[in-house]
Design a binder for this molecule. Structure first.
Ligand code: PEP
Ligand code: MG
Length: 570
């Protein structure tokens, strides 16, 4: 039996490949490097910065042409880091101190990365990896180190931290999996892997498990269980092949469900939609059978760039998404910046409680220079299909009334400017605060729809930070308090003749989907690969049976009990 190590599986799927250690060690090169006069070293550093920035620019252009906008945005952020005048200044000071260009570059990047890490903020901690990546790229250029060559065999990338650019720069069909010592679901390496559905395990630094894995080792990885089998024996390979075959069969089985509706055995329908971050995700979503987009997280249009995207930039992004939905609904959420998604160029001062702070619609309502162009861009995109506007983090009706005034103003401006726009774009809210959920009977008179954001609704209702692993056992979407707020929201919608959906992660839980359908929810929006499982569950039950289950569940007193009951009956 081969040795096995365990980490935390963050992207499911099984895969086999040869380990390629990513995040090269430059120590040997640094020892052999012969520095010249300080002035020459400074020039070398400067020349390397210019050359690496230019290489990045070329890669970014190519990625944009290849419809890889997310990867392009990350490399664009790297290009900005390299060209940051403060970075250049730091490097010059370090060359003066060390008299060695590559060491100076690495030290300057390391110091800046450590500053980020000390910010006690997951987002900035993750950016520290990007900074080290950038420093390494420049140092490698000075040292003349080539990037690793990729052969014909599929590789499993493995490293304590893998530079996002390494994954972004490799062809998808060459990466079987990703293993990370550190890392989290929000680090850029994982974000890129997720958009490509690459099985990924993080957290292998714990007890130095990662040190057991060597370059060139053959491994089997299980992204669901977080398990790595190092140099498997014949029996293990055979077992893997059988499982892999099943994975392929399941994929084929799900593919066959693609064009079938999310409908119970007695004909109650729920629209199954996709959550997307860029217009490029639409095609993939439709392939999984999405009946439209229930959440376009527009903040991604604002991230990974130096300044606020113009109305025109945004119009292009939304228009493409709406067009690709081909007449199906495309719900565009207005910018949800703040919380765990800061935007450096907005210069939001430090907050002790960013999740309870200046975020989402609170920023939009104070910043007409941001909000009005965004609304205009969405209204214009509406001409190319069926767009809807969705407002995040609403807590009271007054906020929504102000939003509606902005929407009217956007229309007036567009009319003055002679730009075509859709007049019938629906405007709805996310129900992701207890305040909004409790007040849904009132909100329902003003809004066109509700979409429940359970990621935040659970966090705010249960007072459980959605990113805190120590208390994640309390974060349960079946907690009766959460279920009651959801039920109330759906009832308010039905009583007032508007539709109610859900775009939080709960929607991708097949057992939850049964309850939500029984409550009368019209739409569920989720990450596209989850659609087939939810669809299969809905198609296997009658609405009558589901209502019986719901009645029992609503009488139960404890979230864990509800979860166990659903596992048993479904
Ligand atoms: C939610 O809160 O459920 C949601 C969908 O929004 P986000 O995860 O982007 O905060
Ligand atoms: Mg939210």
């Amino acid at each position: 039996m081969a040795e096995k190590v365990r980490g935390k599986g963050v992207i499911s799927g099984i895969a086999m490949g040869k380990i390629m250690l990513a995040g090269q060690n430059l120590d040997g090169y640094l020892v052999n490097y012969k520095p010249e006069a300080k002035e020459t070293e400074k020039q070398k550093a400067q020349a390397a910065i210019t050359a690496v920035a230019e290489n990045l620019r070329e890669s970014i252009e190519q990625m944009k042409k290849d419809d890889m906008a997310e990867q392009a945005a990350i490399l664009e952020a790297h290009r900005m880091m390299i060209q940051d005048p403060m970075m250049a200044q730091n490097i010059e000071t370090k060359v003066e101190e060390l008299g060695n260009a590559p060491r100076a570059v690495l030290k300057a990047a390391e110091e800046q990365a450590q500053m980020f890490e000390q910010m006690e903020d997951d987002y900035f901690a993750a950016r520290a990896v990007d900074l080290r990546d950038v420093g390494k790229r420049v140092a490698k250029y000075i040292l003349g180190v080539k990037e690793p060559e990729i052969g014909n065999e599929k590789v499993v990338l493995c490293g304590h931290e893998i530079e996002p650019s390494v994954i972004a720069g490799m062809p998808t069909d060459k990466i079987a999996g990703v293993l990370l010592g550190a890392g989290s679901t929000t680090c850029h390496a994982v974000i890129i892997a997720k958009s490509r559905a690459i099985p990924t395990i993080v957290g292998l630094d714990k007890e130095n498990r990662i040190d057991k894995i060597a370059d060139g080792d053959r491994v089997i990885i299980d992204g669901e269980r977080g398990e790595v089998t190092i140099n498997p024996d014949e029996e293990e390979v055979a077992a893997y092949e059988a499982k892999f075959k099943k994975q392929q069969e399941l994929a084929a089985h799900y593919a066959a469900l693609r064009d079938l509706p999310g409908e119970t055995t007695d004909g109650v329908r729920v629209d199954l939609m996709a959550n997307i971050g860029t217009h490029m995700d639409v095609e993939n979503a439709l392939n999984y059978g999405a009946e439209g987009v229930g959440l376009f997280r527009s903040e991604f249009v604002f991230m990974g760039r130096e300044d606020i995207p113009t109305e025109e930039d945004q119009f292009k992004a939304y228009k493409q998404a709406v067009e690709k939905c081909a007449g199906k609904l495309c719900v565009i959420r207005t910018m949800d910046i703040g919380g765990d998604k800061p935007l450096p160029y907005l210069n939001i001062p430090h907050e002790d409680n960013p999740f309870l702070g200046y975020r989402a619609v609170r920023i939009s309502l104070q910043r007409r220079d941001l909000f009005l162009p965004q609304l205009k861009a969405i209204l214009r995109a509406g001409v190319y299909g069926k767009a809807a506007i969705m407002i995040p983090m609403i807590i009271n009706v007054a906020e929504f009334k102000k939003v509606k005034e902005f929407v009217e103003e956007a229309k007036v401006e567009l009319a003055h400017e002679g730009k075509a726009y859709a007049d019938n774009v629906q405007v709805g809210i996310m129900v992701e605060t207890p305040a909004a959920a409790i007040m849904t009977p009132v909100f329902a008179k003003y809004v066109d729809f509700f979409s429940i954001g359970t990621n935040d609704l659970c966090q705010y209702t249960l007072a459980v930070d959605r990113g805190n692993a120590n208390i994640s056992y309390l974060y349960n979407h079946f907690n009766p308090a959460v279920l009651r707020l959801i039920k109330r929201t759906v009832e308010s919608a039905r009583e007032n003749g508007i539709w109610a959906g859900m775009c939080g992660e709960m929607a991708s839980d097949p057992h939850a989907a049964v309850l939500l359908m029984a409550m009368g929810m019209n739409e569920l929006s989720m990450s596209a690969p989850s659609i087939p499982r939810v669809k299969e569950q809905l198609r296997s039950i009658s609405s009558v049976k589901a209502k019986e289950i719901l009645t029992k569940v609503m009488q139960m007193e404890d979230g864990d009990e509800i979860k166990a009951y659903l596992d048993q009956v479904l």
